[in-house]
Design a protein around this ligand. Structure first.
Ligand SMILES: [Zn+2]
Length: 591
């Protein structure tokens, strides 16, 4: 072939290619249009597909209904200590004295409470309780469970009625020494500060809110009922753990085991209902909606530990990335990939938002409509279309308060980092713990695999050999760098307690009776939420379906639980006692 021939051949083949390309152009165009259409469909139906995966349904999920709001239920006898100065002073005294006893729970306490002297303070707590609630203690002295757990039983006359369980824990979270100077009053002073302009005041100190307010309210209510000669049909159980703040393995768990051993085994029908701390209290939401928010479920929990092992050496000759630098990159990568917000019927928060939307719609909208309104007009519309729920979830995650943000997604937080001991030595061992509170749609396994998928490529780029979860720790050669993933404490999210049950209706009816709204009416919206944390009540889930976590308290959301200057309004505690006094009577018959 000559040069010319070659050039011609080349020209011919180019020509042929060009012709072929032109001929196939319409086909390509159709393929492109098809692809765009497919992508459009995929994006727009993504939330539905997602929902399907969780519900194992292949049709659009039904839109949850806000629970029917029951009429307020009046108890036979009404007790309103919150309206009486002398009673309020009594509540202040009771709460203040309880706060003065530093019943702290620490992570490293011995599993056997008899072997750890730090538990001995609970003896003082028991003596205080016996002195403060004499009628209850004399008639029905509590059983001591695993040394410091308390279980009171007030037997009912009708053995066919299932017992009701009231829970309130005795322990409190410790006060870090580094925060002591930030407290207005010393954390265990139990200082009572009266208001100048109205009845009552505040009790200051660790535990004033969590959970000694609830303990005071529950015990005061039953003390009052017994003093007044109340004769209950249904058996009342009052359980009080002593290590709730460290998950309750010694207290609540032992109480649950004791109940399992002594009550007729009816599985999750063994107890009529369980009421414990939690929920989002009694208050006013955006748009002026007056609510009470009992929690009907708790998110899951998982601690992941990342351990990096690298060769050590002198810090004058460091590698490009030290183990601390690598750990920082991994944590930064996790933080730049937060969990996605989602909303499906698996999460009772969807029901709550629908309740809120309904309530807003019935209000004079011109007065509540504003740009900042979380459930603005568009969002309320979106709530009625399952294909738009992901948009609502994203809005809640973006605009909601910090409490609200995580009721629609899994949280991740690097809480512990350990590594390095000397300024001139490369750290050989660095460890970080990342805590997760798992969304209702997800699971421990899903979070583990997502975590590994995220950190693996970053770790490998940094030259780390990755040992995934549940893999045997390898023999690491001294010159090797390794990232190991392990997990510690974990719990799946709890089942959801029903909101269409007689037990929920009794709870809601009592709430509407006791916690009248600003206008003095019995029309407070009772709406279910979930807890981002865990409570002692989860140890009783195998004994009961109707587990409600609810601080019947108008003040609890402002009380600085777990932090500096925890405090509690004493009239609010008295009102909580009024609530328990009513609830016990209202539920004292077949529900
Ligand atoms: Zn608590």
């Amino acid at each position: 072939m000559t040069m010319e021939d070659r050039a011609k051949a080349h020209d011919d083949s180019s020509l042929e290619k060009a012709v072929a390309a032109r001929r196939s152009a319409p086909r390509w165009r159709w393929i492109t249009i098809g692809l765009i259409a497919l992508l459009y469909l995929a994006f727009n139906s993504a939330p539905v597909l997602h929902t399907c995966r969780h519900l194992r349904l292949h049709r659009r999920p039904a839109i949850p209904q806000c629970p029917t709001q029951p009429e307020a239920i009046a108890p036979n006898s009404t007790w309103e200590p919150q309206e009486d100065d002398a009673e309020i002073e009594l509540f202040a005294q009771r709460l203040s004295d309880a706060v003065k006893i530093p019943t702290m729970s620490f992570d490293d306490m011995d599993m056997d409470p008899r072997k750890d002297a730090r538990f001995e303070i609970f003896n003082e707590m028991h003596a205080y309780l016996a002195k403060t609630y004499p009628v209850l203690h004399e008639r029905f002295p509590p059983q001591k469970i695993n040394t410091y757990g308390l279980l009171w039983t007030i037997p009912g006359r009708d053995a066919s009625l299932r017992p009701a369980l009231y829970l309130a824990h005795q322990d409190v979270v410790p006060v870090p020494a580094s925060t002591l100077d930030q407290w207005t009053f010393p954390p265990f002073s139990g200082e009572y500060e009266r208001y100048d302009d109205r009845r009552g005041g505040l009790v200051w100190g660790r535990g004033a809110s969590d959970d000694k307010a609830m303990l005071t309210a529950v015990l005061s209510a039953f003390e009052e009922l017994l003093k007044s000669g109340w004769e209950n049909q249904r058996t009342i159980l009052i359980g009080s753990g002593f290590d709730e703040e460290v998950s309750g393995p010694r207290g609540a768990l032992s109480i649950a085991e004791a109940l399992k051993a002594s009550l007729p085994d009816r599985g999750r029908q063994t107890l009529e209902f369980v009421i414990d701390e939690g929920g989002l209290g009694v208050g006013v939401q955006q748009g002026g909606v007056e609510v009470a928010l009992p929690a009907v479920a708790e998110k899951g929990y998982l601690d992941v530990t990342m351990t990096i092992k690298t060769p050590g050496g002198h810090s004058s000759m460091p590698p490009d990335h030290t183990s601390i630098g690598m750990m920082s990159s991994l944590i930064a990568h996790l933080e730049s990939n937060p969990h996605e917000a989602m909303l499906t019927p698996a999460n009772p928060v969807l029901t709550h938002l629908i309740c809120m939307a309904n309530a807003l719609e019935t209000k004079a909208l011109q007065t509540v409509e504003s740009e900042n309104l979380l459930l603005d007009k568009q969002t309320r519309k979106d709530l009625r279309d399952p294909r738009k729920w992901h948009r609502v979830a994203r809005r809640v995650a973006k605009l909601g308060s910090r409490t609200e943000r995580y009721i629609v997604k899994t949280s991740q937080a690097a809480d512990i980092v350990l590594g390095g001991v000397k300024a001139n030595a490369l750290p050989e061992h660095v460890e970080a713990v990342v805590n997760h509170r798992i969304a209702m749609e997800s699971s421990v396994d899903e979070i583990k695999s997502r975590f590994e998928d995220l950190v693996r490529p970053v770790a490998e780029r940094l030259g780390l050999k990755v040992v995934g979860f549940d893999k045997k720790a390898p023999d690491v050669k001294p010159e090797e760098s390794v990232l190991m993933l392990t997990y510690g404490r974990f719990t799946e999210h709890t089942p959801v307690s029903p909101t269409d049950s007689a037990q929920f209706r009794a709870l809601a009816g009592t709430i509407r009776q006791v916690f009248t709204t600003e206008s003095g009416k019995h029309d407070r919206l009772v709406s279910p939420v979930i807890m981002t944390g865990n409570t002692d009540s989860r140890h009783f889930l195998s004994l009961c379906e109707n587990v409600y976590r609810f601080n019947p308290n108008r003040y609890s959301e402002q009380s600085a639980k777990h932090t500096v200057n925890e405090n509690m309004d004493v009239a609010a505690v008295a009102e909580s006692a009024s609530f328990f006094h009513a609830l016990a009577q209202i539920t004292d018959e077949k529900l």
